[in-house]
Design a binder for this molecule. Structure first.
Ligand SMILES: [Zn+2]
Length: 131
């Protein structure tokens, strides 16, 4: 998907791209919470911004190079947030992402771990979802 217009709905479900994920992806604003980074990473997957995925991935766990997922990401629902607020050191964001893979619609359910490091929230790893 091409980068949306600033006035268009944000791919992550936020009101508009320009007030939601765009400032974070273009680095004109900081993400203050782990959820904001998680949402911007979903949107980066939608628009294929691999640099943003790499930039927001903790150096301890990130791959040398981020490869495109190959999926068409359709929808994000944030199911739970634990910490990840200003002043926290870690955070967890549980989400369900809907995507299309070879014409089949599938969902990915994950609890993403985040760590606050050098003034930024960074994705660390996928944790198993709680039942
Ligand atoms: Zn967004």
């Amino acid at each position: 998907m091409p980068t949306p217009d600033s006035a268009a709905p944000c791919p992550c479900g936020g009101e508009t791209y320009g007030t939601c994920c765009e400032p974070i992806i273009t680095q004109s604003a900081k993400a203050w919470t782990a959820e904001a980074v998680m949402r911007s990473r979903f949107t980066a997957n939608v628009i294929g911004d691999l640099d943003h995925l790499w930039r927001t991935w903790h150096p301890r766990t990130r791959p040398q190079r981020v490869l495109p997922s190959g999926n068409q990401w359709l929808k994000l629902e944030v199911a739970d947030v634990v910490d990840g607020q200003p002043g926290d050191v870690t955070g967890v964001v549980e989400f369900v992402a809907t995507y299309r893979d070879n014409w089949r619609t599938k969902t990915m359910h994950e609890r993403s771990g985040f760590e606050y490091r050098a003034g930024r929230w960074l994705y660390t790893e996928a944790l198993p979802p709680t039942q």
